[in-house]
Design a protein around this ligand. Sequence first.
Ligand code: MSP
Length: 598
Amino acid sequence: MRSPCRFIIPRSRGTVTLPGPPTRGPRLDVRRHGGVSGHPSGGGEERLSSSSTIITTPIFYVNAAPHLGHLHSAVTADCLHRYKVLQGFRTRFSTGTDEHGLKVQQAAEAAGQDPLSFCTDVSERFRHLFVTCNISYTDYVRTTDPVHRRAVQTFWTALRSKGLIYKGTYEGWYSTQDESFLTPSQVVDALDPSGKDIKVSLESGHKVEWMKEDNYMFRLSALRGQLLGWLRGNPGAVQPDRFYQDVLQWLQEELPDLSVSRQRSRLQWGIPVPGDPEQTIYVWLDALVNYLTVAGYPHAHQQWWHSTNHVIGKDILKFHAIYWPAFLLGAGLPLPQTIHVHSHWTVGGKKMSKSVGNVVDPVEKSRRFTPDGLRYFLLRQGVPESDCDYNDGKVVKVLNADLADSLGGLLNRCTAPALNPAQRYPPFCSALFPSDHPAGGRATPEDHRLLGTVRDLPAVVERHYESLHVYKALEAISGCVRLTNGFVQRHTPWKLDRGDEGDRRWLDTLLHVALECLRMYGTLLQPVVPEISDKLLCRLGVGPDERSWAALRFLPRSRGMACPFEGRALGSDSGVLFCRLEPVNTDNRKPKKTLKHA
Ligand code: MSP
């Protein structure tokens, strides 16, 4: 028997609960697992269901500490995951760390640690960041997990048995930093910091080296036609379209076969090739299989491996949109449903890098701006198609305007005891706000337009969440919050006379409409700011089972239907929704005094 979906995320500060899916698909208890071995639904009796889906982040290299860009990939995927749960999907959401390869081996050496304890330390830092920022993962994969190692070796054996892996020689350029092979046209001349001539990758700027090695090759060249067929038949497979076009473009040229192993003498820190301990499996093949490990490959993946949504940054598009589908085609497994690509955060117009000294620490920023504040900023400002520049001043402006003043102000006004002494969801009077003849009652044409806009909002937000243009969803929501503030301002409810029957009913109606608007915003914002939404919905008295997409149904009273909230006691006041932040002092003068939002 399944219990209603309660999606529990253990965190440093308590427990976050997401409402269960009310409509689509079976209900499921989705809990975070200590590893990838425990699967929510266990057993093989599950039928393949179109309402179940896997969402993934890339797995993160452990050669350096987490930075803001990493958090961006995780928050974007988390938003998609939470949205799918609200929509009623049965989900797996995986993240984790990519721990093998030369650069990790070298980083461990430099730190004077054995590779596994080095990886464990950094992996824990990523996990801590994700718990702090409410990343609702159900599975955390480490490529050093034995269960993953078995999946990779089985996958390798499957490709080999189909004749897709052969022994050969690779001669060409290799970037250890990117763990990537490059053709001569992808390499340019450059100078290293000491003025020495070097070659670097045109795309990443990382140093490349010439290598010649006997190793195993994958017949990528043979799969170009099938890859093109898949992409042409699935124009939504890579989103946004800009990146889809890039992949199509890459596939116009010949694809060389891909080296999928390194000599053990050069790379010890990795998974050995089955049957040939002198060779180590290429880190990208190893890493990409993490998605299958999560699905239960090789024995229990059928029930999950049919609808996978990957979220990745643009720098790893080739690996996900060419190599990965080619490996899956080779192994006879379904291809990803969607690869969602995002662009990068720069700082001062430059790529974040330790040597430039512009790396943004997400743990420090989440402490300063709160986890929800940081999540909101990343998703409100991050545009998938183009890079975005980070600075603290922008964060403060956006959060103060949208969360503290606009949304927080609206909630505060509409729930304040001065306007709402009964602390209840007040009744709606359809005679004063008649939907059938807008000229009657006390509502203005502008008020009716507000209702229409808010009624359409879920469909607008849904479209943008689906395509992970979250900034557009947030733009639409914050536009509606502004309109609702305008609605309250226009009618000055604080000037109405509670002692007059007509005024009192109109005041109640105004508040009912405003609270219904707030209930919509709180529900729709859950994927982005889960803590703020929870606080808002608790204040409105909206229960955990009333927060799904299907429960949205805006202002039913205006259409002659019952409203389950009408007359219900509001939840207790747990304080300011989002505290105003001090403006950033960019000119070294004393910070300006700001009023605390009451
Ligand atoms: N380990 C590989 C992924 C293997 S997945 C099978 C990897 N790791 S990474 O740690 O370098 O990057 C992880 C994610 O962080 C990628 O999606 C990458 O695009 C993202 N970001 C890294 N720097 C970034 C920014 N400056 N801005 C936004 N995202 C960036 O690649």
